[in-house]
Design a protein around this ligand. Structure first.
Ligand code: FES
Length: 236
């Protein structure tokens, strides 16, 4: 392992905290892999060796897990992962067009990273945000009701270092390394920033409550205007 002594000390300290959450050390592998991504920006050979040694696993066992889940990267990831949902609903609502526009704009294909190391573009499957289709995730923060134009605007804002606020979630998109540490289970202090659910997600509940708690099916007229609707018109 080629971690600097100070980095290795911090890794071991954090790994101890993670392992203390589980009855068996090997159960800590998933958050441990996120932790190493918060250092290296991907699951590096050093990360494999560190996890194996710390959790009493073989390197093959660690690699088998790291290659199974798409959230674990086997090559240096961009500072921002742009995940464009191309599952049926989002794809039909514009996700395919968003992906194509971003791919052309950034000059990269699926699971590739821009030369400046800022962006990794990914096609992703349904993120259970179908009521905001088409959805783009930036480091797993939601950008709802996107269009090709608005998606490029998000990229331009991130590239320029301008404020870039997800539709829901924290006030500013965290970096890949920052969100990796959060996924390892370390509090980022961002909980409760921004809305967690928008109007389309709760319209059925609100209508049911208004009708005395009976179950209802929301009609389109009862839904809140979709954010980004003006952009969609512009992109037609
Ligand atoms: S189909 Fe895209 S979030 Fe469900």
């Amino acid at each position: 392992m080629s971690y600097a002594p100070e980095t290795l000390r911090a890794l071991k300290r954090d790994a101890s905290q993670i392992m203390a959450r589980y009855p068996s050390p090997r159960s800590a592998l998933l958050p441990m892999l996120h932790l190493t991504q918060s250092i290296d920006g991907y699951v590096s050979p050093d990360a494999i060796a560190f996890c194996a040694e710390t959790l009493d696993l073989t390197a093959s066992e660690v690699s088998a897990v790291a290659t199974f889940y798409s959230q674990f990267k086997r090559q240096p990831n961009g500072q921002y992962t742009l995940g464009v949902c191309i599952t049926s609903l989002c794809g039909l609502m514009g996700g395919d067009a968003i992906y194509e526009r971003l791919s052309e704009y950034l000059g990269v294909g699926n699971d590739q990273t821009t030369d400046d190391g800022l962006f990794t573009l990914e096609k992703i499957e349904c993120n259970a945000a179908c009521d905001y289709a088409p959805v783009m995730m930036v480091n797993w923060e939601f950008f709802d009701n996107q269009t090709p134009t608005s998606a490029v605007e998000v990229v331009e804002a991130l590239r320029a270092g301008r404020p870039c606020r997800p539709t829901r979630g924290p006030d500013q998109v965290p970096t890949f390394k920052e969100v990796s540490r959060t996924l390892a289970g370390f509090d980022d202090g961002l909980a409760n920033q921004g809305p967690s659910a928008g109007a389309p997600s709760v319209v059925g509940k609100d209508l049911a409550a208004a009708q005395g708690g009976t179950s209802v099916v929301a009609d389109a007229a009862g839904s809140a205007p979709a954010p980004g609707a003006a952009d969609k018109e512009a992109d037609k």
